[in-house]
Design a protein around this ligand. Structure first.
Ligand code: ADP
Ligand code: MG
Ligand code: ZN
Length: 599
């Protein structure tokens, strides 16, 4: 608005000057005849002048033939008596009012002024544009300290994550205490979770809880920018944060810049790569005593460049699951604050109706309900509006697929209990700490699984038990429902993968202690791996047979174990459907007294 007014004023001024410049061309002044002083005197002598105007040293007047004239006279003392003698009217004007100075201005200075103004205007616009470009590097990175009043109390349903983050908050509050003991605090923290699970909220809550400056940039801001701007922006954020330690740098939606570099043909997105490289340089550049913690958030951990997850970078990863029944109720309570709810609104009932909803969805529900109530001039939000709001949010375009029906919930419950029971009774299987009927959000569960060979030595017994646990989901579905679902797709893929590795890489099959196939990592193809077949068709058949044998043995074992614990599975599943998640001591108690396999 302000800038607009300034523009209008400038243009107005420009037009005025333009008029002033052109006006003299049309004015009568141009027809003024410049007379030499001598001929002026002659004209007086010949009685050809009726009237003169004296303004300082300029004398102007009108000749008998109506032509205007003008002449200069310096200290000619006889002039006035001469004029008097001829009876010529004499007017005197003060020299200031004389036109010559103005004329000079118009004729000489105005064009200069005009061009100067024009020039200035052009410069200003050009500069404005380059300023905008410059500002890309700086915008959005203002520290948000003081403004952040959000604390952990504003975030519900993610207790595990909050528990983990308490340590970070402690450190940000009193870094000296930790450093005195030589403790190393992670530099980078990656928050992962489906959209709307509260990643951004939680990051801000950490800053609010610790009371430190919060510098926030979003990956999506970089995507369409000029090359180099993103990188300079990253640098600027780190520079600013370093001046105000302890502080938090928050990179929201890091997947927008942190994709695998050079994935596929044709290189990658140049700008993105530069930004990512700069981020890595900055993260490696500051030592742990800088007291800066970099928090990043993503809902696509699967596409992140592995370089980001290396030690010393975002090596601490925290998953935000969709909230369970209790979590949803707590979130609803938070967002119900400030909204007058009628006494018939039971948030527990609302929570029960909304499995699969994220924190953002739940906030949306209460907001919709309030709007509905306002529309019909109610003073309070009643259950009627809340119910309708739930339906509306559920019907939302992307929500439809995300909300879980009762039948799905039941199937998922039996599937998960199938896994849990097997992992509990098989001696070499990893224990599960938590089971849930809520989807694990995107590819989260999968990417968190570290590649086996990087993690530890795996024995044959462990490999077999792991595959058996993976079969548990599918087997339970078959046992309790007449049909199977696509839900076991990921389990089967991983089981097949592991079984194949046992045969072709670990030498754990009857084909003997050798590997089959060679893997060449071709750098220029990014992460694509070309597999070279170094065995015959006949061997290929044998490998297939071995893989199948391993999987079927595991499948049969899973079936036998689950069949022995049928009643127990049913009772655990019932509890799980009710509570949606089972963890820690509750889970341990539920998994007690299972019948173990014979061998
Ligand atoms: P994300 O960054 O994971 O996509 P946001 O943090 O932007 O999600 O969440 C959007 C909004 O939804 C938040 O501002 C908050 O009001 C609400 N919300 C999300 N998760 C929670 C939660 N766990 N507790 C309370 N409110 C939440
Ligand atoms: Mg977000
Ligand atoms: Zn499964």
């Amino acid at each position: 608005m302000k800038a607009n007014w300034r523009n209008i004023l400038t243009y107005l001024l420009l037009i005025l000057i333009g008029i002033a410049l052109i006006a003299p061309l049309f004015s009568t002044e141009t027809k003024v005849k410049e007379l030499p002083f001598s001929s002026f005197l002659d004209q007086i002598e010949q009685n050809k002048i009726k009237e003169v105007t004296i303004a300082g040293d300029i004398i102007s007047g009108v000749l008998a033939d109506k032509t205007k004239f003008k002449t200069h006279a310096m200290n000619y003392p006889n002039l006035v008596p001469q004029l008097r003698e001829k009876g010529i009217t004499i007017k005197v004007e003060s020299p200031v009012q004389s036109n010559w100075a103005w004329d000079l201005f118009i004729q000489l200075l105005a064009p200069v002024a005009f061009f100067a103004l024009f020039w200035w205007l052009m410069m200003r616009q050009a500069q404005g544009m380059s300023n905008q470009a410059m500002n890309f590097g700086r915008a959005n990175v203002k520290p948000q300290t003081g403004k952040i009043t959000i604390t952990f109390a504003n975030v519900a349903g993610v207790d595990e994550a909050k528990e983990e983050l308490k340590e970070i908050v402690e450190f940000l509050k009193t870094p000296a205490k930790f450093q005195a003991l030589g403790a190393k605090i992670p530099k980078g923290l990656l928050l992962m979770g489906a959209p709307g699970t509260g990643k951004t909220l939680l990051a801000r809550a950490i800053a609010g809880e610790a009371g430190v400056p919060f510098f926030s940039i979003s990956g999506s801001d970089f995507v369409e920018m000029f090359v180099g701007v993103g990188a300079s922006r990253v640098r600027s954020v780190f520079d600013q944060a370093k001046k105000q330690t302890p502080s938090i740098i928050f990179m929201d939606e890091i997947d927008a810049v942190g994709r695998h570099r050079g994935a596929g043909f044709g290189g990658g997105h140049d700008e993105r790569e530069q930004t990512l490289n700069q981020l890595l340089v900055e993260m490696d550049g500051f030592d742990p005593n800088t007291n800066i913690i970099v928090i990043a958030a993503t809902n696509r951990p699967d596409i992140l460049d592995p370089a980001l997850l290396r030690p010393g970078r975002f090596d601490r990863q925290i998953v935000l699951d969709k909230p369970d029944l209790k979590g949803r109720e707590d979130i609803l309570k938070i967002h119900a604050k400030g909204k007058p709810l009628a006494s018939d609104v039971d948030l527990t009932v609302v929570a029960r109706r909304t499995p699969g909803f994220t924190g953002a969805d739940l906030e949306n529900v209460l907001n919709e309900a309030a709007i509905l109530a306002a529309r019909v001039d109610k003073k309070e939000v009643t259950m009627e509006e809340v119910e309708e709001a739930v339906d509306r949010v559920m019907a939302g375009p992307e929500k439809k697929s995300r909300v879980i029906s009762d039948r799905e919930k039941k199937i998922v419950a039996y599937h998960e209990v199938g896994h849990a029971v097997l992992s509990s009774v098989l001696p070499n299987a990893d224990r599960v700490h938590k089971i849930s009927v809520l989807p694990r959000g995107l590819a989260l569960g999968y990417t968190l699984q570290l590649p086996l060979e990087d993690k530890y030595l795996i024995t044959k017994g462990q490999a077999v038990d792991q595959i058996t646990v993976m079969m548990g989901g599918r087997v339970a579905e078959e046992m309790f429902f007449s049909e199977v679902t696509s839900g076991a797709h990921n389990d089967l893929e991983r089981a097949t993968d592991l079984a194949k590795k046992m045969v072709t890489e670990f030498g754990m099959s009857e084909l003997g202690p050798r590997t089959f196939g060679r893997k060449d990592r071709q750098v220029f193809l990014g992460r694509d791996i070309a597999e070279m077949k170094d065995y015959s068709e006949h061997t290929a058949d044998e490998i297939d047979t071995e893989v199948e044998k391993i999987i079927m043995q595991c499948y049969d074992k899973a079936k036998a174990v689950l069949a022995n614990n049928r009643a127990k599975i049913e009772s655990i599943a019932t509890v799980l459907i009710e509570k949606e998640t089972l963890e820690n001591s509750d889970l341990e108690a539920a998994l007690k007294d299972l019948i173990k396999p014979a061998s």
